[in-house]
Write a protein that binds this ligand. Sequence first.
Ligand SMILES: Nc1nc2c(ncn2[C@@H]2O[C@H](COP(=O)(O)OP(=O)(O)O)[C@@H](O)[C@H]2O)c(=O)[nH]1
Ligand SMILES: [Mg+2]
Length: 282
Amino acid sequence: MLLGRRLSEELIDEIEARLIAADTGVAATTAIIDQLRQAYRTGNTTRGDDALESLKGQLKARLAGADRSLAVAAVKPTVVLIAGVNGSGKTTSAAKIAKSFTDDGHSVLLAAADTFRAAAVAQLSIWAERLGVDIVKGAPGADPAAVVFDAADAALARGVDVLLIDTGGRLHTQANLMRQLTKIRDVAAKRIPGAPHEVLLVLDATAGQNAIAQAEIFTKAIDITGIFLAKLDGTAKGGIVVAIHDALGIPVKLIGLGETPDDVEVFDPDAFIDAMFADEKA
Ligand SMILES: Nc1nc2c(ncn2[C@@H]2O[C@H](COP(=O)(O)OP(=O)(O)O)[C@@H](O)[C@H]2O)c(=O)[nH]1
Ligand SMILES: [Mg+2]
């Protein structure tokens, strides 16, 4: 679209439409396009190739500087709380995180705190078995905070490195859901100093603006330390990463790229932005 072409007002309009179509968000798109138009009108940028470089540079700059590493507790276990709405990809992402920790030689305990749906506990149990990690679960309908209480004790007693808490994403009301989440957090904090060390909000990359609206609700209830952006394999709308960063100021730490436990990557902004425009090379 850009390579080998001369820049023009029309081409800048095309770039703008493309950024919006990729879910980059109005704020980032407007800022980037304003700068590009300015550079064009003053004669500083005349070639599509340079516009592409400017575009990528600006997007990368917006994502730069964030700490994307997962927190590690000074005294084990490190507690990772996984939150998000139903269907966003929490349980699958929990399996991915569990696998990457065990691959690195760390022991993991899973807590099945989505007791609202029996199928959710069963789903996590299957992953636990496949991955060869222990799981603590309560009876269907049990208080999720009680499950977390038991899981924290088990994690301490067994000396595991990482306790991963999979939570539910739907209750009778949103207020109830948020109250439950803060209760889970408080129980974890009471049993294990500094816990939860990491609170990952799982967002569905295909949900666009809706994912950002969900995130805003969660950030009001609990301190989110990072985003796990799931289902990035199912969308060409990679700009959502920039929109999330702009709207929330919370780093995307991990990205989900499929349905198996290996389909996870640490988010690398430069590589990601390059990939977003990879078709420009053709
Ligand atoms: N393509 C793709 N599908 C995913 C990804 N993460 C989760 N899913 C699928 O999304 C659906 C909901 O996932 P689940 O983990 O049960 O969501 P939860 O309700 O938040 O726990 C399942 O069909 C998953 O296989 C991902 O990164 N890529
Ligand atoms: Mg689930």
